[in-house]
Design a protein around this ligand. Structure first.
Ligand code: GDP
Length: 473
């Protein structure tokens, strides 16, 4: 890459490195100082570009406190398969269409807005925690509130627990929708006690988590659910400055045959307007058209509005952050820079640099963090409890294990996504990872360690925590 950018042969660069006593092969990573030395040695003028230079000012532009205004909450629906996530999303959308507005045909753009008591609520239209976690792993903290759907005839199930842990690890408050109360076998109180065991305390159990009994298919109490969301939103006091330049997250993106790259963006702050020049991930473009969830062309999109953006040069990825920049030159520079960084990161990831116990420990040391995040899957609940107990006992004043999720069963892709989002390593006790999980862990550089003796497991974590990891077994 460096040779390429200098228009030199890579063999000459490698030769030069050898003379410096550095044995390297193509694809190895060269430190910035060394790269600078090489470049000047080959007669090039070096201009150092740090991320902070390129991206300066495009994200986290200070909000003007005086301009802050309330914005609608953004809600994701999570829960166990077949508990009614999709039905609930459809039912909520339908109520808003019936109640009128323009009566336009609703389009699926990845998110939609409804109105309740004159206040708006934005729903992310992809149910489940997989999408939520994938977005988080890419740095998009788009969700304000998680609605946890639990079927009253089935109660708390494994993915219910996963969803709870995903929401907790993101620090997102939960509202419980106890669904299917129309069914003969429905038992809402069983759901409430079931949740108790996972530290979700609903109001009637003396806690603060709002819960609403609903039926998605019969359309029961949907208004109550929306009211609970608005109440929770009020507590969160969600605000944004609509007058500043826009920032948001890509929820979905695809290449449309007729329209070119189409990205659905959730505007999070500022107002996105036609003509704005935007960067999303490593793509850029000039906003040619904005289309809302009712298929209408709009001129601008305020905070918490989901909108289709036309005019990107390429297709960004779901979860990419989008920001408005001042001109095309800046946009190109950032996109180019990010494409390069992405390539470099890929190389580093392939080398398994992230998520390994060693790497994590050194990161912890660097950042002064005192928690050691782990995700634990085991064959039976009993052994998991024993492991969690033993790891808890390892904690000292300086460092302790933080279990982001534990559960019985094989290691799945969703486990890997959560580990990636929380920077955790995965431990499998008497279980293996399935194929999708193995692929995902290789792609994201997340380490998975397998054990069948608790003592070995605890010992390795102990060593890692004291910074003295035993060699790979
Ligand atoms: P998801 O996998 O969580 O998205 O669940 P779905 O929305 O696909 O629902 C799974 C099944 O439960 C479907 O057959 C729905 O018709 C049914 N279902 C969903 N909500 C209700 C409800 O409130 N009452 C009843 N009786 N059935 C429901």
């Amino acid at each position: 890459e460096l040779a390429n950018r200098m228009s030199e042969r890579s063999v000459d660069v490698i030769k030069f490195l050898m003379q410096q006593g550095q044995m390297m092969k193509p694809g190895d990573i060269i430190e910035a100082d060394l790269a600078e030395l090489i470049a000047s040695e080959f007669g090039h003028t070096v201009r150092r570009v740090a991320e902070s230079d390129v991206e300066e000012g495009i994200f986290n532009v200070e909000d003007n406190v005086e301009k802050l205004q309330s914005r609608p909450p953004v809600v994701t629906i999570m829960g166990h398969v077949d508990h009614g996530k999709t039905s609930l999303l459809d039912a909520i959308r339908k109520t808003s269409v019936v109640s009128g507005e323009s009566g336009g045909i609703t389009q699926h753009i990845g998110a939609y807005q409804v109105e309740q008591d004159g206040q708006k609520i934005t729903f992310i239209d992809t149910p489940g925690h997989a999408a939520f976690t994938a977005m988080r792993a890419r740095g998009a903290e788009a969700t304000d509130i998680a609605v946890l759907v639990v079927a009253a005839d089935d109660s708390v199930m494994p993915q219910t627990i996963e969803s709870i842990n995903h929401a907790k690890s993101a620090g997102v408050p939960i509202i419980v929708a106890i669904n299917k109360i129309d069914k003969p076998g429905a038992d809402a109180s069983k759901v409430r006690t079931g949740l108790l065991q996972h530290e979700v305390f609903v109001e009637s159990m003396g806690g603060e988590v709002l819960d609403v009994e609903v039926s998605a298919t019969k359309g029961l109490n949907l208004d109550k659910l929306l009211e609970a969301i608005l109440l929770q939103a009020e507590l969160l006091d969600l605000k944004a400055d609509p007058e500043r330049t826009a920032e948001g997250s890509v929820i979905e993106a695809q290449l449309d045959k007729g329209r070119g790259p189409v990205a659905t963006v959730l505007v999070q702050t500022g107002t996105l307007k036609i003509g704005d020049i935007v960067v999303a991930g490593d793509e850029w473009g000039r906003v040619r058209a904005l289309i809302n969830d009712k298929g209408e062309q709009i001129k601008e999109a305020a905070p918490s509005t989901p909108v289709e953006v036309l005019g990107m040069q390429g297709t960004p990825l779901a979860g990419d952050r989008m920001a408005v920049v001042e001109n095309e030159g800046k946009a190109r520079e950032i996109a180019d820079y990010r494409q390069r960084v992405a390539r470099e990161k890929q190389v580093a990831k392939n080398a398994g640099q992230r998520g390994s116990l060693e790497q994590m420990m050194s990161q912890l040391q660097d950042t002064g963090l005192k928690e050691f995040p782990l995700l634990i899957k085991g064959d039976v609940q009993g052994s998991i409890e024993a492991i969690v107990g033993a790891l808890d006992a390892l904690g000292t004043d300086e460092v302790r294990a933080r279990i982001v999720h534990s559960g019985a069963g094989a290691i799945t892709e969703s486990d890997v996504a959560l580990a990636a989002a929380s920077n955790a390593a995965i431990i499998g006790f008497n279980v293996r990872a399935n194929k999708q999980a193995r692929d995902a862990s290789a792609r994201d550089g997340i380490e998975i360690r397998y054990y069948n003796i608790i003592y070995d497991l605890v010992d390795d974590v102990k060593d890692a925590m004291s910074g003295l990891l035993s060699p790979e077994r």
